[in-house]
Ligand binder design. Structure first.
Ligand code: PLP
Length: 368
C-alpha cells in the first residue's frame, strides 16, 4: 500500500520548498512528537476500517488512490497551505490552477475557456446551472432520468424549474423526448451526461446538438465521470463522436478526482464563453489587493479553496500530460479493455449475468 520511496521524494521536495524562505529569520514550529504520535497511531488504526481501494483487486465504486505524484504534491503544498480564492493567499497555486484549466480546456478543443477547480462535480455542476439560469432566466433545466441525482437538487437550490427526460433501453437520453420538452418553449438548458454514473453511457450529444437548428437552448455537459475518456482511442464510434461533440457545449464539468488521478476535493467547471464571468462580478474588500490580475475568487462562487488541489493536479499534468496518444490516455484505454474483458468473462460464466457491453469502464451485472 505504501511505497516508502514516496516519503523520500517528499522530503527532498520539502527541502527545496524551504529554501524559498531562506531569507527569513529561522523558525521551527514546535511539535510534541509523543502526543501527536499517539493520536496518529489511533488514526491509523481507525483508518484500517476501509475497503482496500489502493489494491488492484478492488473493483467497486469509482474510488482509486491518487497518483503518487498528486499525493506528494498535495502534501508538499500543505506546508504553505495556499488559498486559491485570491492571489494574495495563493499566488503560485493560482497560476498553476489557471494552467490546469487551460490543459483541461484543450482536452475538449477549447482554447480559452473560463473555468476553475471546485470541491467536486456537484459544486462544479451547481456553478454551471447557476450560469445557465442567469443566461436563461425563468427557463427549465432538463436532464435525463439517468443523470446524476444532484441536478434535480441543485435546480431546487437555485430556484430553477427542473424536469427529467426519459431514457431509451440503453439508458441514454431519448432524443424524441428531448424534442417534446423543447417544443413547449419552456426549456433553457439541456444537461447531457457524458458517461452516466450508473451505467457509464454517454447521452446522444450529436443528435441533441442537431436540435439546436430548430430550438434555442444551452447545453451543459456533465462529464464528471466520463470526460477524460475523450482522450481514449479505444472507445466505440458513437461514444467517441458524442465525447468529441462536447466542444459544442456551453459548459463542461469534469472531475479530476474521478479519472484524473487526484485526491478528493477536485472537480472542475469550464465555460466556453469567458464572457459569463460577468455574472460573478463582485468586489471583496478583504482580499483582492496584491494584484490587478484575475483572482480566481472573482470567477468562483466559493470563497476559500485549497490551493493544494491545483498543485496536485498541476504536478500530475506535468508527469502525465492529459493529451491524446500519451501515457495518461493509454491508462484510460487500459481501463476500457479491462472493463470489456470483465464483461466478456462474466458473460462466459454461469454465475453472472452482465448487462450490455460497457461503453466506458463501468460494468453492470447481476448474480445469476
Ligand atoms: C460523480 C458524479 C457527479 C457528482 O460529482 P461529485 O464529485 O461526487 O460531487 C455528478 N455527475 C456525474 C455524472 C457523476 O458521475
Amino acid at each position: 500500500m505504501i511505497n516508502s520511496q514516496e516519503l523520500d521524494v517528499l522530503r527532498q521536495a520539502l527541502d527545496i520548498l524551504e529554501d524559498g524562505a531562506a531569507g527569513l529569520p529561522g523558525f521551527t514550529p514546535e511539535l510534541d512528537t509523543d502526543a501527536v504520535g499517539q493520536v496518529l497511531a489511533d488514526v491509523a488504526r481507525r483508518m484500517q476500517d476501509n475497503f482496500p481501494y489502493f489494491h488492484p483487486l478492488y473493483a467497486g465504486q469509482m474510488l482509486k488512490p491518487p497518483h503518487p505524484v498528486a499525493r506528494i504534491a498535495y502534501a508538499l503544498s500543505l506546508w504553505v497551505n495556499p488559498n486559491n480564492h485570491a492571489l494574495d493567499g495563493g499566488r503560485a497555486s493560482s497560476a498553476m490552477e489557471k494552467e490546469c484549466i487551460a490543459d483541461i480546456g484543450r482536452i475538449f478543443g477549447w482554447d480559452a475557456p473560463l473555468g476553475h477547480l471546485a470541491g467536486g462535480g456537484t459544486m462544479a455542476n451547481l456553478e454551471a446551472l447557476w450560469v445557465a439560469g442567469r443566461e436563461r432566466p425563468g427557463k427549465q433545466v432538463i436532464a435525463s432520468e439517468m443523470a446524476h441525482y444532484t441536478h434535480g437538487r441543485i435546480s431546487e437550490v437555485l430556484g430553477v424549474p427542473f424536469a427529467a427526460v426519459r431514457v431509451d433501453a440503453q439508458g441514454r437520453m431519448d432524443v424524441d423526448a428531448v424534442e417534446q420538452h423543447l417544443a413547449t418553449g419552456d426549456v433553457g438548458t439541456v444537461v447531457v451526461t457524458m458517461g452516466t454514473t450508473g451505467l457509464g453511457v454517454a447521452d446522444p450529444l450529436v443528435d441533441i446538438l442537431a436540435l439546436r437548428e430548430r430550438y434555442d437552448f444551452r447545453i451543459h455537459a456533465d462529464a464528471a465521470y466520463g470526460g477524460y475518456f475523450a482522450l481514449a482511442s479505444e472507445t466505440g464510434a458513437a461514444t467517441r463522436a458524442a465525447l468529441a461533440a462536447m466542444r459544442e457545449a456551453d459548459s463542461i464539468v469534469i472531475d479530476p478526482h474521478k479519472h484524473g488521478l487526484q485526491p478528493y476535493g477536485c472537480g472542475c467547471v469550464l465555460f466556453r464563453d469567458p464572457g459569463v464571468g460577468r455574472f460573478y462580478r463582485h468586489d471583496s474588500p478583504y482580499t483582492y489587493f496584491s494584484s490587478g490580475d484575475m483572482h480566481l475568487g472573482e470567477i468562483t462562487l466559493e470563497c476559500s479553496r485549497p490551493g493544494a488541489s491545483a498543485v496536485a493536479l498541476w504536478a500530475t499534468h506535468r508527469l502525465l500530460p492529459p493529451v491524446a496518444g500519451g501515457e495518461f490516455a493509454a491508462g484510460l484505454d487500459a481501463s476500457l479493455r479491462a472493463a470489456r474483458r470483465l464483461w466478456r468473462e462474466l458473460g462466459d460464466s454461469d454465475g453472472y449475468l452482465p448487462l450490455g457491453e460497457p461503453e466506458l469502464d463501468i460494468v453492470v451485472y447481476a448474480a445469476n
